[in-house]
Design a protein around this ligand. Sequence first.
Ligand code: PLP
Length: 447
Amino acid sequence: TMNAFASSNSPLTREAMEPFWLPMTPNRQFKSKPRIFVGAEGMHYVTDDNRRILDGMAGLWCVNAGHAQRRIVEAIQAQAAKLDFVSSFQMSHPAAFELARRITEIAPAGLDHVFFTNSGSEAVDTALKIARGYHRAHGDASRIRFISRAKAYHGMGWGGLSVSGIVRHRRDFGPLLPEVDHLPHTHNPEHAAFSRGQPQWGAHLADELSKLLQVHDPSTIAAVIVEPVTGSGGVLPPPVGYLERLRKICDQHGILLIFDEVITGFGRLGAAFGANAFGVTPDIITCAKGMTNAAVPMGGVIASGKVYDALMQGPDNAIELFHGYTYSAHPLACAAGLAALDVYQDLGLFERARRLAPVWENHAHGLRDLPHVIDIRNIGLLAAIDLKPREGAPGARGSECANRCYEDGILIRGSGDTLLISPPLIITEEQIADIFAAIRRALTGIS
Ligand code: PLP
C-alpha cells in the first residue's frame, strides 16, 4: 500500500514486505511475524513499536563498540563529503594506507600486509586464493588442497562454502571445490561439558591433521583454515595446546595456517585478535565485522611478509595477484575502520573485554542447573548454551527461548537448540546480569 512506510509505528503490511528476500531467514514466517528495527544507540536497538532491545549479539557479532559511536558516524559523514569513492585498482587514497598500517600494528608481529575486501566471505575466498597463489609462486603448484574443520563457518562464497563444516549450508549447492578435507570439531560433552574458557581436554584432536596427512600427501596441501574459536558453529574455544599443535604440524610440512578471525578479531577475546589472545601466529588472518564496528561493510586478509614477498614477483609493471574488488579499501569503510580503531583504543575496549570475561563466565555458568541445559561454553565475551532438544522437535526449545528473551527486551541468537550470545564490548556488568536473567526467565518458562 502507498503508506506502508509512512509511520515508523505502523507495522509494515505483508504486501510491502514481499519484495525483500531476506538472507538466512525463514522468509514466510518472518513476514507474518516481522522484527523491524528503526534505530540503535550504544547497547540498544529501538523497534518499530518503540521498544528498546538490549543487543546481546552486537548486531551479528560485529558492533563491538556499540551502536552509533559518534566518532565513527562523523568520520563516515566527513569522508562521504570529501572523497566518496576511488577505486584501489592502480590508484588509492590516504586512509587505505593508514588503515592497513594501523591494523598491522595491532596484529601479531610478522603479519604486516593487508588486502581489503568487503565482507568476511570475500576475505575467506581471498585468503584461499592467496594460499594457492603463494605455493604456485614457489613452483609448488601441486599444493591445492585445503583442510578445514567440522562445524566451521567460513562465509558464503564458493571457497568458504567448500571449506564449510556445516553440512546444511553446503547441501543444496554442490559441486563445490573437491580438494577439501575436514578435521573433527573439538566439542566433546563427555570429556569437557561446562568447561570454562579453553577446555583442558582435546589438544590431541590436532593430531588428526597428521592422520589426514597420511591420506593426502602433505605436498598436495595448500593450507589449513580454522576459526581460533568456532563461532556460529556453537562457540567452541580451542582445547589448551590445540592451536599450538596445528601450527607445529603445518610448519613441519610447509602448509600455510589461516585463522578465520571474522568473529574473534577486534577485541572479542580481550585482545586484538585470537592469534594474540592464544599466542599462536598463523600465516594469514581473515577478518571483517568489528573492523569497522560494522558501520560500513569491510573485510580484510592480513598476510605475513613471507606470503606477500613470495607473490611480489615478475616484472615491476605486472600485476602480481589478479584479484580485487571494486570496493576494496572503499573510502567510507576506511574512514569507519580508522575511527573504530580509535574508539577501541580510547575506550580501552579490548582490555575491557578481557576484564569482563570472568564476570561474563560466572553469569553464563550460573545457568548450569536450569531445566534443559546440557552444556555451557564461554571465552572472552562469547557464550553458548546448549539445550536438550525437545523430543521430535529439534530446534524448538532454542527458538522459543530466544523469542522469549526478545519479548523480554533482550536480543540473543538461537541456532538450533544452542543459544549464542556476543554483546558489544561496552556492555556493563549490570547489563551482563540482565542478559542472563532474561535467559533464566525464558528457560524456566518453556517446556
Ligand atoms: N568467517 C567467519 C568465521 C564468520 O563468522 C563469518 C560470518 O559470520 C564469515 C566468515 C562471513 O562473513 P560475512 O558474513 O561478512 O561474509
